[in-house]
Design a protein. Structure first.
Length: 208
């Protein structure tokens, strides 16, 4: 009986050893590149326990306001979505200095220029940060290949918020909300970062 118990114990120990080395270590090996000044890097952001709550983010620092990174976020919800990217950034500002301003600017579509093109960005929300606020700006969704094509030939990306006059004649002066309503970003390593982001997205979707 003792021999049988010892044999079972050895079998269980060996099985546990195999299990430890056969269970995917993807959660421990999530891509998490060290940020490099003016070079695009990639990491995974986890917003819950489920993989489809995670996003792979390719990003680069701002040249005007360093911490306001230009981000392209790829959701891990499906293989098809691994080919898509949600472009967004933040604007650190001291001019959102009241709850009234914070509520007013939330959800607003503001005109902007992205390089030479006129676009609209959506101010999703703003959060207190240090002595000011971080306003999160959504620039839109595109295929990763289209993003590569759009910025092809540019050494730099520029984004500038503009004033807006809405349908009721209310003029939104960006200077009322954003003390620095513009930023610039390098494109160095952008294409390869998007390739790594897509590969990481596909790897995680396929293995979880």
């Amino acid at each position: 009986m003792i021999i049988v118990i010892r044999l079972l114990s050895q079998i269980l120990s060996f099985s546990l050893f195999l299990f430890m080395f056969s269970v995917p270590t993807f959660a421990q090996d999530l891509i998490d590149e060290v940020e490099i000044e003016d070079v695009w890097t990639v990491n995974v952001e986890k917003y819950g326990d489920a993989v489809d709550d995670w996003v792979v983010v390719a990003s680069v620092n701002g040249k005007v306001t360093d911490g306001d990174r230009f981000r392209i976020r790829t959701p891990l919800s499906s293989l098809e979505n691994c080919t898509m990217g949600n472009t967004m950034t933040t604007f650190f500002t001291m001019n959102i200095d009241s709850e009234k301003k914070k509520k007013f600017i939330k959800g607003k579509l503001l005109p902007a220029t992205l390089n030479a093109d006129n676009i609209y960005v959506k101010v999703l929300f703003s959060l207190p940060f240090i002595n000011g606020h971080l306003a999160y700006a959504d620039i839109g969704w595109n295929k990763l290949e289209n993003i590569k094509e759009y910025f092809h030939g540019f050494d730099e990306i520029s984004l500038t918020l503009k004033d807006k006059k809405d349908s009721e004649g209310i003029i939104i002066l960006n200077s009322d909300y954003f003390d620095i309503p513009f930023n610039k970003y390098s494109t160095k390593g952008l294409n390869s970062a998007l390739d790594r982001a897509r590969a990481e997205c596909e790897r995680l979707v396929n293995n979880f």
